[in-house]
Design a binder for this molecule. Structure first.
Ligand SMILES: [Zn+2]
Length: 275
């Protein structure tokens, strides 16, 4: 606008802005979204100075940017506000009327592009995930795909503990229902329950964790600590404090000592620091 005014350059033109952030940005070299637009401002004001060819006799700058608390009521500003609202609603001036920098397509913001890419990938994973055989089973274990919360919880567990959780979640765990499925056990049934009472019960994760009478004593403490979540695998696996009780139970049963070692129930590294 000012470039078309003949008086600019002969006297100091001062523009006022109530945006401290903008004034600060024009005086600093930053990186970030939209920075090229901020840099356009000093470039344009430089051009205006060059056009005059006559330096100001008083040595004052030809163009100044000053801060003003708020310029409500200033006619020019009210007009700018109106134009901003129209632009925000999608209206635009014709190309010739726009500053050169705005005539072509604006560069894509790297952070926006990255975010869009991540969103697309996440949607694709989710679609693929829904087609996998284990998807249905996970509806009873964890529906928060892509399981960021689980990954966060796993990061504080020991290697064997997070390995156990993965096995409990996927069902790929050395219990007879799975071992039989991969032809590593002659039976799918819980041999403990068969030996104790000749009952044929399939040894699933749920049976081992919550139902097997062989571990009645070991269940006792977990039931007391977990209250009404004591049979809720999805609820237990969603929180670290409940996972701790589950790990202690697995440790007490010593059921996976052969595959996961005997420190599975040691949760001392998960206790809050004293003090
Ligand atoms: Zn059993």
């Amino acid at each position: 606008m000012l470039q078309g005014r003949p008086e600019v350059g002969k006297a100091t033109a001062t523009s006022y802005s109530d945006s401290q952030a903008f004034i600060k940005a024009t005086g600093a070299r930053n990186t970030g979204p939209g920075q090229y637009l901020v840099l356009e401002y000093p470039r344009l004001t430089e051009i205006m100075k060059d056009d005059t060819n006559t330096p100001s006799p008083t040595g004052t700058p030809k163009f100044a940017l000053k801060w003003i608390a708020a310029h409500k009521g200033v006619k020019g500003n009210e007009r700018v506000d109106e134009e901003v609202k129209r632009a925000a609603q999608g209206e635009s001036s014709s190309l010739e009327e726009l500053p050169t920098i705005l005539r072509k397509h604006l560069p894509t913001s790297a952070s926006v592009a990255k975010q869009e890419f991540a969103e697309t990938q996440k949607a694709r994973w989710l679609e693929t995930w829904k087609t996998l055989p284990c998807f249905a089973r996970f509806q009873h274990i964890d529906t928060s795909f892509p399981f960021n919360k689980f990954r966060k919880i796993s990061s504080v567990l020991s290697r064997s503990q997070s390995s156990l959780l993965i096995q409990l979640r996927t069902g790929h765990i050395p219990l007879n229902s799975y071992l039989h499925h991969i032809k590593k056990s002659a039976t799918r049934h819980c041999t403990n329950c068969w030996d104790a009472s000749h009952r044929s019960i399939i040894e699933t994760v749920i049976h081992y964790l919550f139902e097997c009478q062989t571990y009645a004593t070991e269940h006792y403490d977990m039931d007391r600590a977990l209250g009404h979540h004591s049979r809720d695998l999805k609820g237990i696996l969603g929180r670290l404090d409940r996972i701790k009780e589950l790990l202690k139970y697995v440790g007490r049963t010593a059921r996976f000592k052969m595959t996961l070692g005997d420190a599975i129930g040691d949760v001392s590294h998960l206790e809050p620091e004293e003090g």
